[in-house]
Design a protein around this ligand. Structure first.
Ligand code: ASP
Length: 422
């Protein structure tokens, strides 16, 4: 027992991940498909409990830490500079991610010779027009936004509330402290929930490995490879490059510090659900101050989706190759731009971007039937791709938070350079 709790959390989560894959594969080999699925579905309940627990924390965590984070800045002007820097980096990295995706799609040609005959067409919902989406960021009723978990609206209101409390100076102090205390409390709650992470991750991964297993990889091997290699390259070159060459910090410490958040992202496929861990990892292991982590990360988990942008680029080329659409040079920057914008609008929940794919495919006028066939083809396998793109999404948030913290003098470098705590 003692040794379990003395072992660092990321090692325990890693153990859960590896054992989960092995267990899922063994079960799927030893039992027939129906029995294996039934057994794994029972085990999966532990994973579902884990996901529910972290989802439970997300709304209060964003609300309290964002208000407290802004309040801790002590000066509304600082919010402006942090916001501009974070936003600029978010957009830039998202755009680069898509270019890498397009490069991978060109190199691997994942759609070449793919037979879409067996795919079931999927109905796609209409995307909400951009202006409406933008206006909807302002909540008519902030309490309704909290209840519904409408993240961008919550973020909008929390930022305004934090700024207003600062403007209220002496009279706002008690309320500002209240939010700081609540955010401390809710962060402690994530520690408790994370004790379940090794088991939750085990259960979730066992289910995916056992039910979607090896066939999944072989059926869409080229696409999977393109997404995984592209994701790895983006993380190493772009985030590694920012950390090492722009910030002058050791890359290994960065990745080691956020490893448990990455693994939870991999097993939950949801950057919103991973947010509590991302905040915890960046503040505790990387030394990012709460004022920055609490403001930059909630925003990142909703709008910064580099993995999604990379994936959309690859799938756009996949579609063109599978159906023989001839892309012209001018299509590429348009795909990159559209994918970057779409990824901003993607919610941090499983498979969200697959249903926004049609907006990107519109760039080269893919017919609705073809869109439906592509979505139908990828849908059964999307989980494996989604897991990886979510890891990139979360890692990107942490990299940007680290950069902004460093530039604002809000990074405790001793903590960053030290070995991570637990
Ligand atoms: N699952 C991704 C996330 O939560 C979003 C997506 O579908 O691309 O980050």
């Amino acid at each position: 027992m003692g040794i379990w709790f003395r072992t660092k959390l990321w090692k325990r989560v890693f153990l859960g991940l590896i054992l989960g894959v092995i267990f899922g594969l063994v079960v799927s080999q030893l039992m027939d498909a129906v029995a294996a699925e039934a057994l794994l579905a029972k085990i999966r309940v532990v994973g579902d409990v884990f996901i529910r627990l972290i989802r439970m924390i997300v709304v209060p965590l964003v609300f309290f830490t964002l208000v407290a984070g802004i309040y801790a800045m002590g000066d509304p002007k600082k919010l402006g500079t942090i916001g501009v820097k974070a936003f600029a980096l978010y957009i830039l990295t998202t755009f680069v991610a898509n270019l890498i995706g397009l490069g991978m799609g060109t190199l691997f040609q994942p759609g070449k010779g793919v037979d879409l005959g067996g795919a079931e067409p999927k109905q796609l919902g209409d995307a909400q027009p951009l202006v409406e989406r933008l206006i909807a960021i302002i909540p008519e009723n902030p309490f309704a936004a909290l209840v519904q978990g409408d993240m961008l609206a919550i973020i909008f209101f929390s930022i305004l509330l934090g700024v207003s409390l600062l403007m209220a100076r002496e009279e706002g102090r008690a309320a500002g402290r209240f939010f700081e205390a609540c955010s401390e409390g809710i962060l402690k709650m994530t520690y408790l929930v994370m004790e379940l992470a090794p088991f939750g991750v085990f259960a979730l991964i066992a289910y995916v490995a056992g039910t979607k297993g090896i066939e999944t990889f072989t059926a869409i091997l080229a696409l999977t490879l393109a997404v995984y290699i592209g994701a790895a390259l983006h993380m190493l070159i772009v985030y590694g490059g920012i950390i090492r060459f722009v910030l002058g910090l050791p890359v290994v410490n960065f990745f080691r510090g956020i490893l448990d958040a990455m693994m939870v992202a991999y097993s939950t496929s949801s950057s919103s659900a991973t947010l509590p861990l991302t905040i915890r990892a960046t503040t505790e292991n990387l030394g990012v101050q709460k004022s920055v982590a609490g403001s930059v990360l909630p925003l990142g988990s909703t709008i910064n989706m580099d993995g999604t942008s990379l994936y959309l680029g690859i799938v756009a080329l996949f579609t063109a190759q599978a159906f023989g659409y001839q892309l012209q040079p001018e299509h590429y920057p348009l795909i990159a731009l559209t994918a970057a914008l779409v990824s901003i609008g993607t919610a941090g929940v499983p498979s969200a971007s697959l249903f926004l794919l049609s907006i990107v495919l519109d760039v080269f006028e893919v017919s609705p039937e073809h869109v439906a066939l592509i979505v139908g083809f990828i849908f059964p396998f999307d989980r494996l791709l989604d897991m990886m793109r979510t890891v990139v999404n979360v890692t990107g948030d942490a990299a940007v938070a680290t950069a902004v913290a460093k530039w604002e003098g809000e990074l405790d470098e001793d903590v960053f350079r030290a070995k991570p705590g637990r």
